[in-house]
Design a binder for this molecule. Structure first.
Ligand SMILES: *Cc1c(COP(=O)(O)O)cnc(C)c1O
Length: 359
């Protein structure tokens, strides 16, 4: 039986998008490919609320995260981590030989504060700061608007943002917040299969990257940027054209059929519904002001067996996510992102209620 996915990626993909994945191939060097990639570029700019150049990479979101931390850091990077995906960024820095300091929080569910960022940047040691916008292990949506105001006080510091599990599901104005590199991937709020990573790149980030040595080849941010500008939106290596066909269509749906505002509103409504339910039955992990609009991480205060719950849900045609890393079994996660509807969310919660009555 098909299981409707309430895990934070991959997500359920609309039938039309799946069909577009199966489009017959074209040359990735032809005019047709340039036109396709230009269309995607311009539409992604609208989703990101940016005039910055957009690059696509045939890798998952981690690909362009690794690329950006490696290519943009000339001096030292301050990684702000509130969970597993923040830690991943620190690992990427260290394993690429990038001078990296990782600033963590006291407890899972805590957020990055503007003060902590200000304190670190005031030392003058850093030329890059990385922020996880939406930490998928703890369900924290960091106060990025406030953090960005602090970063703007340091004009030599680049702001890199992991928006993998939020972009397209919640308002994230890249230019207004001065984000130099903003990264997402296709299998979360954008509602596509996994395999493509997308980033906006500011001129400031591009100019910095040009001064950094040993940026690699496949994921070199300068090469990606240069190809888009000089080779009419083509790329140095063969991209996943299947994803391109699907993304082209899905972006039309997001921008013109549903509309971004409606999409944000739907995500808010789903989040509110899941939180209200969680507050009645369990507890939500992060404090109210830091709760994500795209997934809810719930404290397992009733000590239910999450594995058993998922077995029960499988028979009803659903799948939710256990806690991530150290939070396994202590929490469980319900994603409400991409093209999931309120109706399906309510159906899922009804099934969990049934499980709770029996257990
Ligand atoms: C899923 C996720 C990633 C990793 O993205 P991939 O596309 O799997 O490489 C990174 N950061 C966050 C916040 C995520 O949710």
């Amino acid at each position: 039986m098909r299981k409707r996915l309430f895990i934070p990626g991959p997500v359920d993909v609309r039938e039309e998008v799946l069909k577009n994945m199966g489009t017959q191939m074209i040359s990735h060097r032809g005019k047709e490919a340039s036109a396709l990639q230009k269309r995607m570029h311009d539409k992604i700019q609208q989703v990101f609320h940016t005039k910055n150049l957009i690059v696509f990479s045939t890798s998952s979101g981690s690909g362009l995260m690794e690329s950006s931390i490696k290519c943009c850091t000339a001096k030292r990077v301050a990684v702000f981590s509130v969970g597993s995906f923040g830690d991943r960024w620190a690992n990427m820095g260290v394993s690429n030989g990038v001078p990296t300091d990782c600033f963590t929080v006291a407890n899972p569910g805590d957020a990055t504060t503007p003060d902590a960022v200000d304190k670190a940047l005031a030392t003058g040691k850093y030329d890059v700061v990385t922020i996880t916008h939406n930490e998928t292990s703890s369900g924290v949506m960091n106060p990025l608007g406030e953090i960005s105001k602090v970063v703007k006080k340091y004009p030599d510091v680049l702001l890199l943002v992991d928006a993998v599990s939020s972009m397209g599901g919640t308002y994230l104005p890249v230019d207004e917040w001065g984000i130099d590199v903003c990264i997402t991937s296709t299998q979360k709020c954008l509602g596509l299969p996994p395999g493509l990573s997308i980033a906006s790149v500011s001129e400031k980030a591009y100019n910095r990257a040009k001064t950094v040595k040993n940026r690699g080849y496949y994921l070199d941010l300068v090469q990606l940027y240069d190809f888009v500008v000089k080779k009419d939106h083509q790329y140095h290596a063969t991209p996943s054209l299947a994803h391109y066909f699907a993304l082209d269509a899905q972006l039309d749906y997001i921008l013109n059929v549903e509309g971004l505002e409606n999409r944000y509103k739907r995500h808010e409504q789903m989040a509110k519904c899941v939180r209200d339910w969680a507050n009645k039955n369990f507890e939500v992990l992060p404090a109210p002001e830091y709760r994500s609009n795209t997934l809810t991480v719930i404290k397992n205060t009733k000590n239910i067996n999450v594995g058993d719950l998922n077995k029960f849900l499988a028979e009803k045609g659903f799948l939710i996510a256990n806690g991530y890393g150290d939070l396994k079994d202590k929490t469980f996660r319900i994603a409400h992102m991409a093209d999931t509807t309120m109706e399906t969310v309510k159906e899922l919660l009804g099934c969990i209620d049934e499980f709770l009555k029996k257990n």
